[in-house]
Ligand binder design. Structure first.
Ligand code: NAD
Length: 290
């Protein structure tokens, strides 16, 4: 089974559109602010697509593009202004910022009630505590939603997550081990010994590394479910853009072995934006006391 993230995301977005119309009729239009510092081409694509999706759902949005030379103080001032803006329920500062920006300080400056990326320490704590008022990082939330929509059970499953970032790997592992999912989870990373053997034990294998085609056929247990979070640009002179996207999993050789697998593109990527919209809706509802 190819796990179609585009179609699952469309279902989530339909729900968001309906819910946004109800909220708007009650006087609260969900609002998302997206801040981009600099001109990273991949970030520009992500930011535009988030703002476009807001428009499609009837959300209010603000796109703030700042020059690459923006200082830490200037960026903090923008965040403070957005924290105080009652029309904005969600704030997202697109990662990665230029190297002179201290991203951690920026994340901590965002009002946790508007931290729809779920990166603020208060939301990280709520994830650990399984407190549903917190915001769950969009990519792992999207992976879980895709498993749920596809009817893939996680109860008692052996899951391996490759990668321990705060954006994907760690929250993914926490979601899988939560009382809702009840998987038994191993987190592997760059210092793990014999990664192929660890992966071969997985009923559900999640790859979130950023190394094209790293997971090979002999890393995968026959019948496993494989979630490929990786988005890697590799040179492709046959494309107009000069590149194509590939995941962390060698799809062509792994897919025939799996019971289910996400493609790249069209798997986890669309789910990430859908969950961002869901989080923004949650923020708007919570602000309105609903
Ligand atoms: P990161 O660089 O912050 O983390 C990568 C992790 O992989 C680290 O924890 C590291 O320990 C581990 N790692 C590195 N080399 C390894 C190796 N040889 N063996 C085992 N583990 C290794 O990256 P990230 O932000 O977590 O993103 C990971 C990938 O997911 C990237 O390709 C990124 O583009 C993609 N991503 C996709 C989405 C989406 O919407 N689909 C969202 C976020 C990130």
């Amino acid at each position: 089974m190819i796990l179609d993230g585009k179609s699952a995301a469309a279902d989530v977005l339909d729900e968001c559109r309906t819910a946004a119309a109800v909220l708007t009729a009650a006087g609260v239009t969900p609002g998302l602010a997206v801040v981009l510092v600099g001109e990273d081409p991949a970030s520009q694509v992500y930011v535009s697509s988030k703002v476009r999706t807001c428009g499609e759902l009837g959300f209010h949005s603000r796109k703030i593009v700042l020059p690459v030379a923006t200082t830490q103080a200037e960026l903090l001032a923008v965040v403070a202004e957005l924290n105080a803006d009652p029309a904005i329920h969600g704030i997202l500062v697109q990662s990665p910022p230029p190297p002179h920006i201290n991203e951690e300080e920026i994340i901590r400056a965002i009002d946790p009630r508007k931290d729809v990326d779920g990166f603020h320490p208060e939301n990280v704590a709520k994830l650990v505590l399984e407190d549903p008022s917190g915001f769950i990082p969009c990519t792992p939330a999207g992976c879980m939603k895709l498993l749920e929509i596809s009817g893939i059970p996680t109860q008692g499953a052996g899951a391996v997550v490759i990668g321990r970032s705060m954006i994907v790997g760690k929250p993914m592992a926490l979601l899988l081990v939560s009382k809702r999912a009840n998987a038994t989870v191993t987190i592997a990373h760059s210092r793990s010994r014999d990664l192929p053997a660890i992966c071969r034990g997985a009923d559900i294998l999640v790859a979130a590394v950023g190394r094209p085609n790293m997971v090979r056929a002999d890393w995968v247990k026959p019948g496993a479910v494989v979630i490929d979070v990786g988005i890697n640009r590799i040179a492709d002179p046959t494309r107009k853009s000069g590149y194509r996207l590939t995941g962390d999993v060698a799809f062509d050789e792994v897919a025939p072995l799996c019971s289910a697998i996400t493609p790249v593109p069209g798997g986890v990527g669309p789910m990430t934006i859908a969950m961002l919209m869901k989080n923004t809706l949650q923020a708007a509802r919570q602000t309105a006391g609903l």
